[in-house]
Design a binder for this molecule. Sequence first.
Ligand code: ADP
Length: 558
Amino acid sequence: MAVTVLIQLAYPKALSYFIDNINVRKDMAWFSSLALTMLAVLALQAVAATARYYIFESTGYMIVTRIRRQLYAALIEQPIRFYDKHHVGELNNRLTADVEILHDTLTMGMAVSLRCLCVFIGGVVMLLTISPVLSLMLVIFLPATLFIGKMTGKVYRKRASLMQDGQAECGKVAQEHFSNIRLVHAFSQQRTARARYAGATEHALSLSVSSSALFALFRGGSSFLVYLALLGTLWFGARLIGQGQMTVGDLTAFILYASMVTEAAGAIGEFWNAWMRTIGATEWIFKVINTERAQEAPAGEAGLQGRLAFEDVAFAYPERPDAPALNKIDFSIAAGDTIALVGASGAGKSTIASLILGFYRPDSGRILFDGVDAAAMPLAAIRSKLAIVEQEPSLFSGSIFENIAFAVAEREVTLDEVKAAAALAYAHDFISAFPDGYDTVVGERGAQLSGGQKQRIAIARALLRDPRILILDEATSALDSASELQVQRALDTLMQGRTTIIIAHRFSTIVKADRILVLEQGRLAQHGTHAQLVAQQEGLYFHLMRHQLARAAAPAAA
Ligand code: ADP
């Protein structure tokens, strides 16, 4: 950059020298040597410009990649409550579009403005050496250009943040419809989808358009000032030439330097705006990157036995602080026992599971593992002894091996370990039957596997983790009876010797549990064994189970 700037600053001087000598020296040799020098200088400038472009551009990419990685790392560490607030589509958009803006500013913007700053300073020095008096002309209006630039920059910054929010909103709408595309088609909701997207983009568009108006005004205003200054300089310069205080070459060079300086000042002002816009647009990114993250102690061996207790636990989701999801929940489970959580949808079953997993902290009361308050234990230590099998198991788009090995984060897992876990989960046979065996790649969201197969992979994953406490979210949709049997056998293996909390829907599961907790609107309505609860014919359990009980009783009566 230094080289290109120096050459740029030398041009007007060279031209002035040329103009003032053209009538004095008339020999060709002088012209030829001047032309050759210019050619060499031009070549040098080309090389320097290439290097400058490459260095700025590639550095920009490196910085952006690094920021993107930092943002991703910060996002993935955010507590679950963060994800209650921010939609996946929005986050994706932030990760791509918001970070991209930084690239433009950091490469072209930064390169241009740094160069302009050097040109500006060099140009001012040249102006002063040519004619200090004439330079006074510029002193009057240059600050005006800079001032306008600064003011617009301020407004721009606020705008940019709003514009980015608008873009993120568009991303959210699109993502939502893409990920539910089957539902959208099945209910013929394409038109609504279009309308919602159009609505979101409309808002973003109006923000952008009004920002363009502001920008256009700034451009027009500063260009007017530039030409006004040029006119003034010519007028004043002509008088100086008349008085013999300046040559024609000097005035030419002066005007060229003046236009360089004003152009540079304008570009700096423009960059200032771009910079403000970037700061506005990336405010969110840096806020997330800089959020304090809980310093987790390394997992270590918690050595949990598997005893678990809730002591008067109350909890409301941060998003809905005045609707308590759990109210004074009090129970304890001995190590190795199985409890079933029963209750209508929305009663608080999943919330209990989320609290055990440490996704949220109770608002009041305590959760105890082996009699120790969870708040006093490192989260990672507790989680290392927990495993979860979800209702609709989620699989990543890698191989089956990777999906099972996902259970263990802290070390490499061997194929034998994965096979052993799969065998215990009754999954080994069907996996080996695939042509690629454990390397079979699972489609997006595990689309190529049946429901029962996915569940057995999820069970193998939990088995590999070898947890002390197991959380099962029982699938509500029934599998065909053959797969059902296999999944049930796999689950039985998994539950053996482990404390198990089941969000239960099936009668057969509920009956087998050592204890049943019946939840009603966040409260513990009843608890006890199946036999105890069935005896209370006025109770909620009896009411919830009536149909199932009737069905179960019919063959017995017969
Ligand atoms: P269940 O699992 O028994 O169906 P949940 O534990 O999911 O019930 O929900 C209990 C209550 O908490 C419900 O009123 C539900 O609407 C609310 N809830 C669940 N998840 C969230 C969340 N992420 N943010 C806000 N409210 C939630």
